[in-house]
Every structure is written in structure tokens, then in C-alpha cells.
Design a binder for this molecule. Structure first.
Ligand SMILES: Nc1ncnc2c1ncn2[C@@H]1O[C@H](COP(=O)(O)OP(=O)(O)OP(=O)(O)O)[C@@H](O)[C@H]1O
Length: 243
């Protein structure tokens, strides 16, 4: 039976921000995640890695609350509703929105879409755009942006939600090395500032610099722990070997 609870007792060491026990989830007629037992450590950056189709996006959807588990348990240790930054392709590029308007949508959860944003909301939006280096693009239409600029706009929208749990689906895919570096530093800073960060990534360098790593294969958990424990040469060869 699927249950959620708002808190659970502190485990030895650091309290996890999210804990999954025997969790299964997927899509109608397509089970994906199989009996996952895992923890997302609080106030840390976790990398979610695994081959194409292994279930990373599905797991992020479960953590974000948009994909309901079919069985098992999902415990959130309190906190605010998660901020979810989907893959870039999920954004309607043709929407007639400016960069600023897109980032402002991050405040809607707090304010509601038809309420005026407060001065503090505008300051939060300004800070999010500055941290992603897109303040100079504020008045540009989304459809006029490069792929990397659009990606950074989406991340700024997630940041503007000011959640304590930030979920990102392949945030650095398609970015140039400088932008990748910038996002990597930003995610580390956010974790140090008290945000629990989870990113699905194919970038093993980014995964190695995370605090924790979850490795998925065919919807099963193939490893969890420190990146150097999980991403060993033999594990990588085993997981990514052609079927
Ligand atoms: N909306 C959907 N309806 C049905 N099946 C889906 C849907 N989205 C994903 N799947 C299937 O679920 C499985 C896991 O997909 P998921 O997107 O979670 O993998 P992933 O690890 O994020 O892959 P990638 O690295 O390619 O982004 C795949 O077999 C995929 O085909």
C-alpha cells in the first residue's frame, strides 16, 4: 500500500530528505521502477545516473509528486513542495513569454498565477536570473533563445521557487563547458545553502562531484552511496555494457 508521511525518525547520521521503501512506479501498462529502497540525503547534492530508459526521469517524477507510486512507501521529511526542472524539451518553446515572465512563473506556487508579485518576489526572480547569468536576457522571448539559454531560464525558474528540494532532469545537457561549470558550482552552493539537490545526469564528471550517487539499471537500484563507491570502473563497464 502506498503511503506518504511528512516526517520520519532521524537515521544514524544525517536525516534523509526523502526515503523510498519498496517503491514501484511507472506508466499505464508499463511498470518502470521496481522495489526501490533508497534515501536522498538532506542538504546535499545527489546525482542520479543510469543508461537511457533506466528510469531516472520517472524517479524524479515520483520525487516531484507528479507520478504516483503503484506500491511501496515515499516519505518526505517535511519541507516545502519540491521544485522540478524538467528536461529542456518539455518546455513549450513557442510560448509567447519573455525570460523574465518564465522565471516569474516560479513564484506562482506561492502567489497564485493571477496575484501580483510582491517586491520580494521580484527580488527573488532577479537573484535567480543573476545566478544563472541570464539577467541580460530578461526581455527576450523564449523562442529567440539558444538551447543553453533556454535551459538556464528553466533552472532559474526552479530556483525562484525557493524550495528546499530542487529536482533537475539533465540540467547540463547541451550546455557549453563554461555554462556546465557554472551550473555545477551553483548546485554545490545551493546544497551548502541548505537545499537538497537531485539531478539526473549522463555527465559522469558532474556525478563524481556530487555528494551522493544513485545508480539505476532497468528500473532497479544498482548502487547508492558516495560517487567514488558507486561509479567504479567495473560497475560502469557492467551497467553500460550492451545487452
Ligand atoms: N509517458 C510515458 N509513458 C509510457 N512509458 C514511458 C513514459 N515515459 C517514459 N516511459 C518509459 O519508461 C522507461 C523509463 O524512462 P525514463 O524516461 O524514466 O528513463 P531515463 O533513465 O530518464 O532515460 P533517459 O536517460 O533516456 O532520459 C522507458 O522504458 C521509457 O520508454
Amino acid at each position: 500500500m502506498f503511503k506518504t508521511s511528512s516526517s520520519f525518525p532521524q537515521a544514524a547520521g544525517r536525516t534523509p530528505r526523502v526515503r523510498l521503501t519498496g517503491l514501484c512506479a511507472g506508466y499505464p501498462g508499463r511498470p518502470v521502477l521496481q522495489q526501490l529502497d533508497l534515501e536522498i540525503p538532506a542538504l546535499a547534492a545527489t546525482a542520479l545516473v543510469g543508461p537511457n530508459g533506466s528510469g531516472k526521469s520517472t524517479l524524479l517524477g515520483v520525487l516531484a509528486g507528479v507520478i504516483p507510486p503503484t506500491s511501496g512507501e515515499l516519505h518526505h521529511a517535511g519541507g516545502r513542495p519540491p521544485a522540478f526542472v524538467p528536461q529542456r524539451g518539455a518546455l513549450g518553446d513557442a510560448l509567447p513569454l519573455t525570460v523574465r515572465q518564465t522565471v516569474e512563473m516560479g513564484r506562482w506556487g506561492e502567489r497564485g498565477p493571477w496575484r501580483r508579485l510582491t517586491r520580494q518576489d521580484h527580488a527573488t526572480v532577479d537573484t535567480a536570473m543573476e545566478r544563472l547569468g541570464i539577467a541580460g536576457l530578461a526581455t527576450r522571448q523564449l523562442g529567440e533563445l539558444s538551447g543553453g539559454q533556454r535551459q538556464r531560464t528553466l533552472i532559474a525558474q526552479g530556483l525562484a521557487q525557493e524550495s528546499d528540494l530542487l529536482l533537475l532532469d539533465e540540467p547540463t545537457t547541451g550546455l557549453d563547458p563554461e555554462a556546465r561549470e557554472r551550473i555545477g558550482v551553483l548546485l554545490t552552493e545551493l546544497a551548502a545553502d541548505g537545499v537538497t539537490v537531485v539531478q539526473a545526469t549522463h555527465d559522469l564528471e558532474a556525478a563524481r562531484s556530487a555528494d551522493a550517487c544513485l545508480l539505476l539499471r532497468d528500473g532497479h537500484l544498482a548502487g547508492q552511496g558516495r560517487p567514488e563507491q558507486v561509479l567504479t570502473t567495473s560497475t560502469l563497464a557492467r551497467i553500460w555494457q550492451p545487452a
